[in-house]
Design a protein around this ligand. Structure first.
Ligand SMILES: Cc1cc2nc3c(=O)[nH]c(=O)nc-3n(C[C@H](O)[C@H](O)[C@H](O)COP(=O)(O)O)c2cc1C
Length: 339
């Protein structure tokens, strides 16, 4: 079997690293073993408080896998279907393999690969979509029906109000607040600001708001503000959700696991970018009992499907900031050749 060169694979890993992950934790690590590529999970990146069952971790790994497949494909190499390893949560303390597949020359590039660099999580208010843009959006939903369902427009206010309240519920939980705080990089001088986590620009915070956030987002302060019924001072989600062109409910049929859901979700997100749209997940709707109750009341998920997340979708802004990523060289290990 022909094996690709390390420089080439490092390029693919760098592209794959642009895939989204909750709090920008970037759980994916890679190991090149001859013509096989293995995806490993770094357990130090698992969000134990916010993601106890590992759903977001597995989704992020599935997204990274799809990112690698797209990058290799654009470079003329085919990454086979993943052979998967079982993975229960909590994870073991050391990295574990999650999937592997053979690489072989001779792939046809997938047009979605061209959108990896410009896709973003966009957290600001959206402008209205033109009729042309609306038509493109409908086509994206139709092409990705295995993961994304477009909620009825009349339910927008229901999603906005429920997500606002559910986001404040999350702040009341000190351990979830502490975990989020650990991944915030609100100062440019934060030692990890260029590597991972959530910075002020990506969160859409002005320098003054970022300064205030450094005080208000301390777990004890945030929890107290939320308990005092002042969560609206910290959470401005409903106003922004109301400007969305569409709400996408990400839901898979029973039997499709989180890793596969992540692969499909990433492709949908890239297709949105290709159609001139941007989006941001609204995880509080699946991470809180209030959010799940609201999804049930809104009849957001048809029978036989399970929700993995929800996103608000709107016209992509001109130049949204790019979030930080770890250098690819740190993410790839090359197995020593057998003697
Ligand atoms: C499973 C998952 C859940 C996420 N949940 C949220 C969320 O609730 N709110 C939010 O603002 N961003 C959320 N994100 C977006 C990540 O914060 C984002 O992907 C990461 O910071 C990298 O930024 P980028 O998407 O702009 O590349 C989520 C992403 C994933 C993959």
């Amino acid at each position: 079997m022909i094996a690709p060169g390390v420089d080439r694979v490092t390029q693919w890993v760098s592209q794959s690293a642009r895939a989204p992950s909750a709090h920008n934790v970037q759980p994916a690590r890679w190991r090149l073993a001859g013509a096989y590529l293995e995806l490993w999970e770094d357990p130090t990146r698992w969000l134990a408080a916010g993601d106890p069952v590992g759903r977001d971790a597995s989704i992020g790994l599935g997204m990274a896998w799809e990112g690698l497949r797209l990058a290799a494909g654009a470079d003329g190499w085919q990454l086979g279907e993943p052979e998967r390893d079982a993975a229960a949560y909590p994870p073991p303390p050391t990295p574990r393999r999650r999937a592997r597949a053979a690489l072989a020359p001779g792939a046809v590039a997938d047009p979605l690969a061209a959108w990896v660099d410009s896709r973003r999580s966009c957290r600001q208010a959206f402008v209205a979509a033109s009729a042309d843009a609306e038509a493109r959006l409908e086509a994206v939903f139709a092409a990705h029906a295995g993961i994304a369902l477009r909620a009825d427009g009349s339910a927008l206010e229901g999603f906005a109000a429920a997500h606002q309240a559910a986001s404040i519920d999350l702040l009341r939980d000190r351990s979830i607040g502490a975990e989020l705080h650990a991944w915030l990089r609100l100062s440019r001088r934060h030692p990890l600001a260029t590597r991972d986590g959530l910075d002020a620009a990506c969160l859409g915070l002005s320098p003054l708001e970022a300064l205030g956030g450094r005080v208000l987002m301390r777990p004890a302060v945030a929890a107290m503000v939320a308990r005092l019924g002042l969560g609206g001072l910290l959470v401005d989600e409903a106003r922004k959700t109301r400007t969305a062109t569409a709400i996408a409910v990400l839901a898979v049929t029973d039997g499709v696991d989180d890793f596969e859901a992540g692969r499909r979700w990433y492709r949908f997100w890239l297709a949105l970018a290709a159609a001139g749209f941007a989006a941001v997940p609204m995880s509080a709707l699946v991470d809180t009992s209030r959010g799940r109750d609201a999804l049930a009341a809104l009849k957001a998920v048809p029978a036989g499907r399970r929700a993995v997340n929800v996103m608000r979708v709107g016209v992509a802004p001109a130049a949204p900031p790019a979030s930080a990523r770890l250098p690819a060289a740190e993410l790839l290990e090359v197995a020593a050749k057998a003697a």
